[in-house]
Design a protein around this ligand. Sequence first.
Ligand SMILES: NC(=O)c1ccc[n+]([C@@H]2O[C@H](COP(=O)([O-])OP(=O)(O)OC[C@H]3O[C@@H](n4cnc5c(N)ncnc54)[C@H](O)[C@@H]3O)[C@@H](O)[C@H]2O)c1
Length: 343
Amino acid sequence: MQRIAYTFTNSTVQYYLDTDFIHLEKLADREHAVIITDEHIQRRHQRKLKDWAKIVIPPGEGSKVQSVVDTIIARLLFLGADRDTLLIGVGGGVVTDITGYVASVYMRGLKFGFVPTTLLAMVDAAIGGKNGVDVGPYKNMVGTIRQPAFLLYDYKFLKTLPAAEWINGFAEIIKHAAIADPKLFRELEGQRPAIYRKDSKKLSLLVRRNVLIKSGIVKKDEFEKSDRKLLNFGHSLGHAIENLYGLSHGQAISIGMAYAAIISEEITGFKETERLHRLLASYGLPLKITVQTDKIMAVLRMDKKRQKEQIRYILLDKIGKARVIPIPMERLERILEAVLDKG
Ligand SMILES: NC(=O)c1ccc[n+]([C@@H]2O[C@H](COP(=O)([O-])OP(=O)(O)OC[C@H]3O[C@@H](n4cnc5c(N)ncnc54)[C@H](O)[C@@H]3O)[C@@H](O)[C@H]2O)c1
C-alpha cells in the first residue's frame, strides 16, 4: 500500500493507493457507516460488500439526479443515519459524485470517503471534491465542492470492469497528458490500453501519476479560480453532448477534446490536432458525432464557464500546455457550425 495525503483549503484527504478493500475496516466503523453503490458493483462484488449497510442505486448517468438523491436521503433516514455516520461511495463517477453530494447536504454535512471502482473514477472523478447531480441535459448543474476524508484504491475492482468502461477512463488520462504532462502523452503514444490492463505494475504507476496530476492542480486552485479550469479541457462541448446524445462521459469528453483541438488551431495556432486525434483513436475513443448545432448551443449557453456573452474555453497551445480563452458565443457558434458534422 502507498499512502499519500493532500491538504486542501479546509481538510486533508488521505489516499490509500494500491491497497485492498479490506483496509476499509480500518478507516470506517461498520456500525456507523453506510456504503452507497450501484447495482452492477453490488452484483459483481457482493462478497466484499456483504457485511456493510448499503444503499444500492440503479447504474448509469440517469441516476445522477435529484430524485435519486431524495431516495438515498429517505433510506438514510430509515437506517437512522446521523451526523456521526460515514458515507462511503463505492463505484464509478456517478456513485462518487452523488455520494459526495448527499454527504454534503444530509444534516448539513457528513464525513465521506470513496472507493473508486472504474478507471475514470480512480484517475479523475473521485478526486478533487466536486460533486453533484445533473438537471436534464445540463451536467453537474447542482453541486458543492467538499473533499472526501479518504480515497481507497483497490485495483482488483477493475478486473470486472467492462472493456468499454476501461476505454472511457483513458479519455481523462489523455486529457491530463494533453493539458499538463507531455511526457505522459508520449508514453501513452507508445502503449495500448490492453497493456495497462495486463500489467498491474504499469497500471498502478499510471493511476498514481494521474492522481498526482489532478490532485496537484486542485490543491493549487480548489475553488476553480484559475488553473483548475484547465481540467475542463474537452468538457464544454463534451458536457453539452453527453446527456443530449446519451454518450458515456469518456466518449463525450473525447469528442469534446477532438473539437477543442480544432478550435485551438484557429484561436491559438495549435499544430498538433492530428497527434491528439491519433492518440484518442488508438485508445478506441471517438472523435466526432453527428449533431444539431442549435441544440448544442442551447445547452452551451448554460455552461458554468459562460460569463455573459462569452464562454471560457480551454484550448491548447501545444501538447502539455493549455490555456483558458474567452470566446464570444457568436464566434463559437460560427466555428462549431463550420466544423461539426450535422445530421
Ligand atoms: N467530480 C468530478 O470531478 C468528475 C470528474 C470526471 C467525471 N465525473 C463524473 O463521473 C461520471 C462518469 O464516471 P464513470 O465513467 O465511472 O461512470 P459510472 O459511474 O456510470 O460507471 C460506468 C459503468 O461501470 C459500472 N461499473 C463501475 N465499476 C465497475 C466494476 N468495478 N465492475 C463492473 N462494472 C463497474 C457502473 O455500474 C456503470 O455501469 C460522470 O457523471 C461524470 O460527470 C466527475
